[in-house]
Design a binder for this molecule. Structure first.
Ligand code: AMP
Ligand code: MG
Length: 398
């Protein structure tokens, strides 16, 4: 049995970033989703346009000279400047130009009076307020300077990142390579959701769990198969599934007579790098390589599969995708109960992070899917560690 840290280090050492590809930031004509969303930038991006790109009005109002304005001052309206076109107008003393939000600042003008602060009188306005220089003017480059870094390699592309790239006129972005993943759920007891359950059977919940977790990591699930605990079928299924960058096998990695995953992998010539990690739940976790495919054997118990996915598979995929941050987001939380880890393995307690507190939820056993489904955070307790209620701990959010 190796430590969790050693296992993680070994896995991260084995996997390498995949070659990047250019993808559209626009909605592809055929598809539903933004292609670049939730992928990782494969290079640094710098502003090629400042934001704003030209001085413009922040309000519907009048472009004026601030020094020319005081309450009761009358100004002649000499033109109109809408957004979307630069009419190259000019403002002199005693004049104002009708302007709309986003309209380019006329020459000579150094401020905007909003329309609520004037009284319109035919082709003139009467200013009702004092006006400061640059009031309601969005100056070129005040938000973002030309050449400023807008996106770093390894950073996740979010909705707002896409908006920023679009504001630069970019239609494509270079992102991480695609991680194709196959899932194999093993177990004679498994029935597919939607099928009729026979006595002794259970529904396969890991397959959908893993598909969802993979989707969250922006990996592409190419297949999700079920396989009975039969060496021949397992051999064929694994061979088929190993044509992807990664293969996740659920169940069959423990020590029982029906746990055939490890022996089948070895028969196929796989190199097993890790089997059994000091983590609770998740001890029988397996990691190896079958030709070019990285194989993760996750214990069949749903909570074990979940925890080992987050601690080992997720960082591996993120590394393959060139991500900088491989960890789950962490938050400090006030513990609501005393907790001690008397086991010889690091314990991941499932619970709810809410209003700055963390409370364990449900049964802390590896089969207890309901409690897991009500949780949103993991608390890692080191072997031998005792935590007291009221203490502040870091929890991992999922
Ligand atoms: P195993 O790792 O194959 O020894 O399975 C451990 C436990 O997890 C057993 O109780 C299995 O029935 C259960 N299990 C295995 N695979 C799944 C699955 N795909 N979905 C839900 N439970 C499973
Ligand atoms: Mg099994």
């Amino acid at each position: 049995m190796i430590s969790e840290n050693d296992a993680r280090a070994k896995i991260l050492e084995a996997v390498r970033p995949l070659p990047p590809r250019k993808v559209s930031i626009l909605r592809p004509s055929s598809g539903q989703a933004l292609q670049a969303l939730d992928h990782f930038a494969a290079e640094d991006y710098f502003a090629r346009l400042p934001l704003p790109n030209f001085d413009n009005s922040a309000m519907d109002g009048y472009a004026v000279l601030a020094s020319d304005c005081k309450p009761s001052k009358r100004l002649r309206v000499t033109g109109e400047q809408p957004a979307g076109v630069d009419r190259r107008l000019r403002v002199s003393n005693g004049e104002a130009i009708r302007i709309f939000t986003g309209g380019p600042m006329p020459q000579g003008a150094d401020a905007i009076v909003m329309q609520e602060d004037v009284t319109r009188d035919g082709d003139a306005i009467v200013v009702n307020v004092d006006v400061d220089v640059e009031e309601f003017v969005r100056k070129r480059g005040c938000d973002l300077g030309e050449g400023q870094k807008i996106l770093s390699a390894g950073e996740r592309i979010r909705a707002t990142t896409l908006a920023l790239l679009a504001s630069q006129g970019l239609a494509e972005v270079l992102v991480d390579g695609e991680v194709r993943a196959a899932i194999v759920s093993t177990g004679d007891e498994l029935a597919k959701p939607g099928e009729e359950l026979q006595p002794g059977q259970i529904y396969d919940s890991n397959s959908v769990l893993l598909q969802s977790l993979l989707k969250r990591c922006s990996a592409v699930v190419t297949s999700a198969e079920n396989c009975s605990d039969d060496a021949n079928s397992l051999r064929k299924t694994i061979q088929r599934a190993a044509k992807n960058e990664i293969l996740i096998v659920s169940g069959g990695v423990s020590v029982g007579e029906h746990d055939l995953v490890q022996s089948t992998l070895r028969d196929l010539g796989a190199k097993i790098d890790i089997w059994r990690v000091a983590i609770k739940p998740g001890k029988p976790f397996l990691f190896g390589q079958l030709e070019k495919c990285f194989v993760f054997g996750l214990p069949g118990n749903p909570v074990s599969a979940f925890v080992t996915f987050l601690q080992f598979v997720r960082p591996a995929i993120l590394k393959m995708k060139g991500a900088t941050d491989l960890d789950l987001p962490k938050m400090p939380a006030k513990l609501t109960v005393d907790l001690t880890n008397e086991s010889e393995r690091a314990h991941y307690v499932r619970g709810k992070f809410e209003n700055g507190t963390f409370a364990p939820v449900g049964r802390q056993e590896s089969h207890a899917l309901f409690g897991l489904s009500q949780s949103n955070a993991l608390l890692r307790i080191e072997t031998g560690e005792s935590l007291k209620a009221g203490e502040t701990v870091d929890v991992q959010l999922f």
